[in-house]
Design a protein around this ligand. Sequence first.
Ligand code: HEC
Length: 111
Amino acid sequence: MKSIFRMLAVIVPIVVTATCSLADTTPGKPISGKKEFEKHCSSCHANGGNTINQAKTLHKQAMAANGIRTARDIIKTMRNPGPGMTRFDESTISDREAKVIAAYVLKAFNK
Ligand code: HEC
């Protein structure tokens, strides 16, 4: 009986640690919009461009032409993207993280 408890004492912390490390960011810790953008977006949107659809870059004018003007619009695109773009749901990118990424996009590619 004792050995079962001993085993649990070893297994439980391992499972908890593994589960926590799945979350992208630690609650309360600051998020870097630039780093998260580079991690999730820059494979297709390097320097705010678009390697798949050149009419849909992340530059201010291109986005405005497609009706994307605010952080909310950008988050909407992440949650429900057009053809060729990866869908990012809340388990991949939390709302908190999505807001930081969207703010970064607006600031970094505002020409
Ligand atoms: C696998 C490639 C890929 C990745 C990764 C990707 N995108 Fe996209 N993105 C696209 C494509 C393709 C489109 C154009 C889709 C369409 O036709 O509507 C697009 C369009 C967009 C648009 C609309 C741009 C416009 O001018 O209309 C925004 C905003 C955007 N992506 C943000 C992001 C963000 C933020 C990330 C990271 C969280 C990301 N994308 C990751 C491929 C990608």
